[in-house]
Design a protein around this ligand. Structure first.
Ligand code: FES
Ligand SMILES: [Fe+2]
Length: 419
């Protein structure tokens, strides 16, 4: 449970808010590289931390992220002409480069130097791992670009996608860090589903260990009939990354994860990434995987958007017959199941009303770290995880003997990045 003031503090990210100032000390995923497919391709609307921006790729291929409203009289630069290394407003022709400099002002006399006095807000960008990143904080505190292991994956080993979610970013992230729900929300009712350790052992013991990047946590599921435990180690890298072992409980050795990125206070992007440790995967395999997760394929989205067709307006495609016979929810797709419950809590859940148990330990600790990060920023320190911490870890999962203390087993070695 949070006090009302804490709930406000931790969820609101607009300019000038305490959490907004804190978020702006980290690089943010702004959009997918594929949304700006080539030099001079079409400008794209981006809303990030409650700010309306326009992304474009200039003639040299460099991504720019500039304020939506033209500094002249405010027309949206979305309508702009992207040409010769700059975005030109279609109202009176003012043109801006990726740094926000006004490089042409054709409706003023040629001898005027007015254009040198005008500057648009433009955020530094970086491109890495299929994502265009933006830094929206104070220039003198700009940190290194994130460098988690999946971002260094060789070509073809990693895949990244994004899906729109209609609720506050923290609510979405809490759903991702909450491990006990997978025993219920994502349960399949067939033989294989019921044999999954998550269905067989529904009350995992959680161990949370603070680290220099956030925390790592173990979910330990006891399987007494097998005389072993199923141990899954996750990493929470501040402020919004989760790394988890990918694939099914039978295929060890991949990294999956999310980034929960605030569009504004009431909507967010759920970025999904997968990293195949063993080798490159064909496009079809990624597509199959994404589809199974209930996202990512063109046919799963409303055309021209990253919004799922299965959404609140149609109860996420809920079938009561499917709920009786096929899976726990009656909803298809893991992410869609997550969205149904997370969005059903309302845009910003009133956390004064909740009742947290021991299964919510990871959520409680994450909120604590976020509140500490806000204090760090207010006191002039760099918040945890903003300086490239977490780049050497990977998640893992393993079956271990009942009496094994996981940090003393081979599981510990499996947690070290190899790329
Ligand atoms: S409003 Fe953009 S050039 Fe006038
Ligand atoms: Fe989930």
């Amino acid at each position: 449970m949070l006090k009302q003031e804490e709930n406000e503090l931790v969820t609101r990210v607009g300019p000038g808010t305490p959490m907004g100032d804190t978020m702006r000390r980290y690089w943010m995923p702004a959009l997918l590289s594929t949304e700006l497919p080539q030099p001079d391709s079409d400008p794209v609307r981006v809303r990030l931390l409650g700010e309306d921006l326009i992304a474009f790729r200039d003639s040299s291929g460099k991504p720019g992220l500039i304020q939506n409203n033209c500094p002249h009289r405010g027309a949206s630069l979305f309508f702009g002409r992207n040409e010769e290394s700059g975005l030109r407003c279609v109202y009176h022709g003012w043109k801006f480069d990726t740094e926000g400099n006004c490089v042409d002002m054709p409706n003023e006399p040629a001898e005027s130097d007015f254009k040198h006095k005008v500057k648009a807000t433009a955020y530094p960008t970086a491109e890495k791992a299929g994502v265009v990143w933006a830094y929206m904080g104070p220039a003198e505190r700009q940190p290194p670009v994130p460098d988690l292991e999946w971002m260094r994956a060789p070509a073809g080993h990693a895949w990244v996608s994004k899906t729109y979610e209609a609720c506050n970013w923290l609510q979405a992230m809490e759903g991702g860090l909450d491990t006990s729900h997978s025993s219920f929300l994502h349960r399949d009712l067939d033989t294989e589903g019921l044999a999954n350790p998550r269905a067989r052992s529904t009350a995992p013991r959680l161990e949370v260990l603070n680290t220099e990047y956030g925390y790592m946590y173990a979910s330990i599921r006891h399987l007494p009939e097998d005389k072993q435990n199923f141990v899954r180690i996750y990493h929470y890298v501040m402020p919004f990354y989760q790394l988890r072992a990918g694939g099914s409980h039978k295929t060890l050795g991949n990294t999956d994860g999310h980034m929960w990125v605030p569009i504004d206070d009431v909507t967010c992007w759920t970025y999904n990434f997968h990293f195949s440790h063993e080798g490159a995967q064909a496009y079809d395999q990624w597509q199959y995987y994404e589809h199974r997760m209930g996202r990512g394929l063109a046919e799963d989205y409303i055309p021209g958007t990253y919004k799922l067709k299965a959404n609140a307006s149609n109860d996420y495609g809920l079938s009561r017959e499917r709920q009786r016979t096929v899976n726990y929810t009656g909803i298809e797709g893991t992410n869609t199941q997550d969205f149904a419950v997370q969005e059903s809590m309302g845009p910003i859940y009133d956390r004064t009303q909740e009742h947290l148990g021991s299964a919510d330990t990871a959520i409680i600790q994450m909120r604590r770290l976020l509140l500490e990060a806000v204090r760090d920023v207010q006191d002039g320190r760099d918040p945890v995880g903003s300086q490239g911490q977490g780049s050497r870890v990977r998640p893992a999962q393993m079956y271990l003997p009942e009496d094994a203390n996981w940090p003393e087993t081979q599981l510990k070695e499996a947690l070290v990045a190899r790329y």
